[in-house]
Design a protein around this ligand. Sequence first.
Ligand SMILES: Cc1cc2nc3c(=O)[nH]c(=O)nc-3n(C[C@H](O)[C@H](O)[C@H](O)COP(=O)(O)OP(=O)(O)OC[C@H]3O[C@@H](n4cnc5c(N)ncnc54)[C@H](O)[C@@H]3O)c2cc1C
Length: 419
Amino acid sequence: MSASCDVLVVGGGPVGACAAHALAADGASVTLIEKEGQICPPVSGAHANCGLLMPSYVTPLAAPGALGHGLRWLRDSSSPFYIAPRPSGALLRWLWLYRAAATPARARAAAPVLHALHAASADLHDALAREGGERWLYHHDGIVQAYEAPDAMDEAADEAEAARGLGVRADILSPAEVRARFPGHRGAVAGGLFFPDDGHMDPALFTRAMADKAAAAGAEVRRGTEAIALEPAGTGAVRVVTTRGDFVADQVVLAAGAGTPALTKGLDLALPIEPAKGYSVDIERPDDFPELPLYLGDAHCVLTPLGDALRLGSTLELSGWDMTIRRQRVAGLRRAAERVMGIPADAPVRQVWRGPRPVTPDGLPVVGRVSRRERVILATGHCMLGLSLGPVTGKLVAELAGGRPPSLDLKPLSPIRFG
Ligand SMILES: Cc1cc2nc3c(=O)[nH]c(=O)nc-3n(C[C@H](O)[C@H](O)[C@H](O)COP(=O)(O)OP(=O)(O)OC[C@H]3O[C@@H](n4cnc5c(N)ncnc54)[C@H](O)[C@@H]3O)c2cc1C
């Protein structure tokens, strides 16, 4: 016997939970499956991420400058961006596609795509937060980026100027204005940027709230259920073989983050998505740390206040599925917080976490149908933006599944754009 539903969503991260919610709210009979025993588990890419909502973030991962830094940092495993050298055809293909995408023209073309996704998602985040945002510590009051080196500040100001051209609001801050917002700031500061339309929240609490909302709207949420393979079900539907029996669904949404390529192999689709490991450390929030996230631009370290905790996070490591915690990378985050904010690098730790971001070579998500299997919708590859873009992806998935024209152009997000 197989269980059946209109739409089966695979993956209980922010993208899958938002998709299940949007589909159920649309009236579809939805089942959401998550392989672990909880929604947004520690092995997901979002469990303890930096919690930023970043409509201001319109520079894709594959930007020309990023490539230069990446090559310089390649051999330093304590640097913010690290590629563990290893013989991997998938990694070589990813790097090749990344190199091709990291041109000024491609980055310029990607920026309005990201901006449109962000703008729509920010409105949806606000609407969701109106019905209980305090449950996931939702704040929509901006974020600050601060720079120690004058040339890094100049580069960031130029980027902000370009983003302004798309409608992103960004204010330049003097060193005194940065210090006024962060009384604990005691490092060098050349200046900063304030992005008033950005925000922050707790990623795991948000994702679980979305799964709860999906369940309240009629979705079935099955934890501890891992998708193993997809097969044709004979009736045009899709059979999803799982560790807890088979499901037959009219349509399937693959939202398994960096685990999605393992499921598309059987669909003759080699998705170039790598698990890019990132880290976070939670410590007690200093009394004088305001309700405002701070990104230390030179060190690539984010400090996000979450209730009585302060989360230090980021770094990007392409080590495949090696999820070993490299202590020097955690130490790098703590040293940056000590140098700039005077937070002792040996202050007691509440939690150290690492998780895989699903990164595409061009820095854009993958949202759309798989051409050879029209009943399968992909919703993955959100790189460092899955929390920010979860709601708009959910909306796009519901539009596709419901047979309605998508409200945004999906061509740049096509699953087959990499060949
Ligand atoms: C350190 C760090 C900081 C970050 N900071 C931010 C930030 O500030 N803002 C932001 O927007 N984004 C941030 N990100 C990125 C964001 O977390 C990812 O883009 C996001 O996790 C992608 O969401 P997802 O739902 O696609 O995938 P995931 O969150 O990885 O969820 C996928 C889920 O699918 C499940 N799964 C996998 N395979 C299967 C299977 N076969 N069957 C069933 N279930 C399966 C997994 O267990 C997992 O729960 C950060 C990431 C990291 C690592």
